[in-house]
Write a protein that binds this ligand. Structure first.
Ligand code: NAD
Ligand code: TYD
Length: 361
């Protein structure tokens, strides 16, 4: 898909899952900021991967897309023998908790086995020169389990995953550390809170609520809406990933968060009010659509990140306020109806039926 312009690039970075929500923002950030570095985006293009997320940078000289599956060890090995990657930023994953409850096996395959396949390829390709390389595992705060009303997850909080999704991410993180310890593979891991922003697949809470408001459909709130999440604007996460990739000591872990906790019901009401405002509708119109539905099985009550380590040691802080990030996000979904149409294939509509039909409580 690219011209065969020859390259004399100092660095090559492999970004996995670069056609997904966070991955596409990370690819854009690196391609734009590091024109001397070749960014190879490896993605299987599952239901969640969409190359339309990257149309603005796809012609850049320092960008390549490769379609492939991290579960395929032979393919991964070939890719690593074709390119000498200096670093890997690993985002490819099955990422939705509700899907992991319906089908845990694909999470074990991609999130654990896929990650180990990449670690194996790095080990072989980098050999004794591993010290000049880096494997960066993008993980989640969900590996720490669920908090009560008090306290925060720090980098020392023991892993205690509660869903098939978080168990698979925790398993992958353990393998990354085990390869670091056993084979001296240089790695870093960051564990981030819930992201929001443009290009998020509309199965996750914020885009699902915006989309349903525009279609005048019920806004499904699980249980009583008392669960709490800490929300971070996706571009702030991309900036944090850049900081960690370039400045963290190998073997270290950083928590990344927005210091921005919201009860689900309060967040849904906030999205309703902002969307009414942006659509010039009577205040209170969207809130009438709020519908409490059967709770998620094993629903974690609260996630909250203590992000003081990355702020004190590496100087990263979120730059986007929640009010401005949410407004930008809602405006983006209102303006990008074609994008929505394209990602909402028959497959997603079938999943939606399976997930929500008969769930009204
Ligand atoms: P996403 O579901 O939007 O994107 C995942 C991408 O991975 C898609 O492009 C998909 O095609 C690709 N992929 C899936 N299976 C693959 C396979 N077998 N081989 C190659 N590519 C494959 O996910 P996201 O929300 O952008 O999350 C990205 C990463 O960040 C994940 O590792 C996730 O665990 C982590 N994370 C997400 C959040 C969040 O709030 N979304 C928070 C913290 C950490
Ligand atoms: P989600 O966006 O799926 O992220 P995660 O489960 O990884 O935190 O969900 C965010 C919160 O919103 C979570 O507490 C579950 C809840 N939720 C709903 O209440 N209704 C919904 O339709 C969805 C998808 C999520």
């Amino acid at each position: 898909m690219k011209s065969n312009k020859s390259f004399d690039l100092i660095q090559k970075i492999l970004i996995t899952g670069g056609a997904g929500f966070i991955g596409s923002h990370v690819v854009r950030y690196f391609v734009t900021r590091y024109p001397e570095t070749l960014i190879v985006n490896l993605d299987k293009l599952t239901y969640a991967g969409n190359l339309e997320n990257l149309t603005d940078i796809e012609a850049a000289d320092n960008y390549r897309f490769v379609r492939g599956d991290i579960n395929d060890q032979a393919f991964i090995n070939r890719l690593f023998s074709e390119h000498h990657f200096n670093g890997v930023i690993h985002l490819a994953a099955e990422s939705h908790v509700d899907r992991s409850i319906l089908n845990p096996m694909s999470f074990i395959e991609t999130n654990i086995i896929g990650t180990v396949n990449l670690l194996n390829a790095c080990r072989v390709a980098w050999g004794k020169d591993a010290a000049n390389h880096l494997f960066y595992q993008i993980s989640t705060d969900e590996v720490y389990g669920s908090l009560g009303a008090e306290g925060y997850f720090t980098e020392e909080t023991p892993y205690d995953p509660q869903s098939p999704y978080s168990a698979s991410k925790a398993g992958a993180d353990h393998f990354v550390r085990a390869y670091g310890n056993t084979y001296n593979l240089p790695y870093v891991i960051s564990n981030c809170s819930n992201n929001y922003g443009p290009n998020q697949f509309p199965e996750k809470l914020i885009p699902l609520i915006i989309r349903n408001i525009t279609r005048n459909k019920p806004l499904p709130v699980y249980g009583k809406g008392e669960n709490i999440r800490d929300w971070l604007y996706v571009e702030d996460h991309a900036a944090a990933i850049d900081t960690v990739f370039h400045h963290a000591k190998p073997g270290s872990t950083y928590n990344i968060g927005g210091n921005n906790e919201w009860k689900n019901i309060d967040l849904v009401r906030k999205i309703c009010d902002l969307t009414d405002d942006l659509l010039d509708r009577k205040p209170g119109t969207a809130q009438k659509l709020i519908t409490f539905v059967k709770d998620r099985a094993g629903h974690d009550l609260r996630y909250a990140i203590d992000a003081s380590k990355i702020s004190n040691e590496l100087g990263w802080k979120p730059a986007t306020t929640f009010e401005s990030g949410l407004r930008k996000t809602i405006r983006w979904y209102l303006a990008n109806t074609e994008w929505l149409k394209h990602v909402l294939s028959g497959e997603y509509e079938r999943y939606y039926e399976q997930q929500y039909s008969g769930r009204e409580s």
